[in-house]
Design a protein around this ligand. Structure first.
Ligand code: ADP
Length: 351
């Protein structure tokens, strides 16, 4: 079984180092070309006999003027040929030295670029680590008191005979506490997103079925069915994280979907990729909202009004997880008809 570990900081460092190296090499090669052209012109003029040089001043510059037989009849063809040979030799030597110089620049530049890229990324990564540790600690600290509050409020609602207005108030508080608890859990999930995923060969239909089993109860509670015709194909992915992405899409399909409809998990393959889609027959997504639904904390106006649960983090988490697996997610939606979220992942044909 093929396993690929993707250490993020290393690949980022290599990418940045390659950009630095590309800049160094473009400048180096451009400088070499200019140097070669001007030097070989000079060389041609320096090696020409004075009489030829005087004549050359009236001609276009460049070593090729020596080839122009008949420019100066005082010089014999043998002298011209000799000079031409010297010029050619000089040009070849120059070209050879510049090529060697560029190869040395490439080798030294590669080392230097990698060193500089590491120095550039280290403080950025340290700051990002500190930020995600803070978010993780803060949401962890919030979760415990919120859970205690939820249990106590639910207990109070069960045990005490409350008047109607008080009961309504307490129930509304309970909803808010649940909402905050959900938010702190999503933030925790976001902060703890794995940095280096271990990609291996997994069966797409097996992962789809794991995801489906996790949400089947909430679908039934809403009178919805899930049909699974996902393709039997091996993809290169991280099993747990791919399952989590499909669960996020299914959760949304249930949350926004219409009572009594069916959610379809389906897909197809081409030469290199497998496409796994979650299609619902829900309200669809407005054209204006489509470009933003993968942004963090984005919720459509409609969702804010109609659905109290949700924090606008699910799709952004799903997209990050799929990108880390060298895949992508696309959405296609028609308002009033439904939405299809399609995950694209590389097929693993190695057995
Ligand atoms: P959340 O569902 O918590 O609001 P998401 O990031 O999962 O956050 O989704 C962002 C927004 O995209 C949602 O608020 C909703 O407007 C829209 N959306 C996502 N999935 C669907 C779907 N299956 N049908 C309709 N709208 C959807």
């Amino acid at each position: 079984m093929k396993k690929i570990t993707v250490p993020p900081s290393r690949s980022k460092t290599v990418r940045l180092a390659l950009s630095y190296l590309a800049i160094i090499m473009v400048l180096g090669v451009a400088f070499s070309i200019v140097f070669y052209v001007t030097s070989s012109n000079e060389l041609g003029q320096q090696l020409a006999p004075p009489s030829l040089r005087n004549n050359a001043q009236h001609l276009s510059p460049g070593p090729d003027f020596i080839n122009t037989s008949g420019i100066n009849p005082d010089n014999g063809t043998s002298e011209t040929a000799y000079l031409q040979q010297r010029v050619d030799q000089g040009r070849n030597n120059l070209m050879h030295k510049l090529v060697v110089l560029n190869i040395i620049t490439l080798l030294l530049g590669a080392g230097l670029s990698y060193y500089l890229a590491r120095r550039t990324l280290e403080p950025i990564e340290a700051a990002m680590d500190a930020q995600s540790r803070f978010a993780s600690d803060a949401s962890h600290e919030l979760r415990t008191p919120l859970t205690v509050m939820q249990i106590e409020i639910e207990d109070a609602l069960r045990r005490f005979e409350l008047s109607k207005p008080v009961k309504k108030l307490v129930e509304s508080n309970l909803e808010e506490v649940k909402h905050l608890k959900g938010l702190s859990e999503e933030l925790l999930r976001l902060a703890r997103q794995p940095q280096g995923l271990e990609l291996q060969s997994v069966w797409a239909d097996e992962v789809a079925s794991i995801a489906m089993n996790r949400v089947v109860k909430s679908a039934q509670a809403k009178g919805m069915a899930i049909s699974d015709t996902s393709p039997h194909v091996q993809v290169l992915a991280d099993k747990q994280n791919l399952a989590q992405v499909i669960v996020i899409l299914l959760d949304n399909a249930i949350k926004y979907g219409t009572h009594g409809t069916t959610i379809h998990i389906e897909g197809h393959t081409d030469n290199k990729h497998a496409y796994l889609a979650v299609r619902d027959e829900g309200p669809g997504i407005e054209r204006d909202d489509l470009p933003h639904i993968f942004d963090r904390f984005y919720r459509s106006e409609q969702s804010r009004k109609q659905y109290s649960t949700g924090h606008g983090l699910g799709l952004s988490i799903a997209q990050t997880l799929i990108n880390q697996q060298h895949g992508s997610i696309a959405v296609d939606s028609t308002p009033g008809k439904g939405s299809t979220f399609t995950i694209k992942l590389p097929i693993n044909r190695e057995k």
